[in-house]
Design a protein. Structure first.
Length: 132
């Protein structure tokens, strides 16, 4: 019988435990090793003393809750095979896409800080900088 994993989740320094809990595997014998398994989870972490809404999902999404207000989206599944969108606050946090090492919240904040965020209005209006 596999040993039960009790993740030590510290929202101030790491999202690893939550990311792992998000649909690690569809196989129930693996899911039972975790306190909770979610297909989609929204959490708030602290970055430089400010709350940061973060949407976690096993799969990459083009839009997510509060994306047009600066919410982050962290995903896995694609093993680094998706091109990064430099205007979207999303990132593949799978370890195989990040030097086989988990990322801390400050490391993710630095990655997001290097992006040229352009809010996506998913209600049909265009960006103000797009040509008519």
């Amino acid at each position: 019988m596999p040993r039960r994993i009790e993740p030590d989740f510290d929202a101030k320094t790491s999202l690893l435990s939550s990311a792992i809990m998000i649909r690690l595997s569809p196989r129930p014998e693996f899911a039972s090793l975790f306190k909770a398994v979610h297909n989609l989870l929204k959490v708030t972490v602290q970055t430089d003393g400010h709350p940061q809404i973060t949407v976690l999902c096993h799969y990459a999404m083009r839009v997510w809750d509060r994306c047009h207000h600066g919410a982050w989206h962290l995903f896995g599944h694609s093993h680094g095979s998706l091109a990064d969108d430099p205007h979207s606050l999303s990132w593949d946090v799978g370890i195989d896409a990040n030097g086989f090492s988990p990322l801390s919240v400050p490391e993710i904040a630095a990655i997001m800080g290097r992006k040229s965020f352009r809010p996506t209005d998913h209600h049909g209006r265009r960006h103000s900088d797009e040509p008519e």
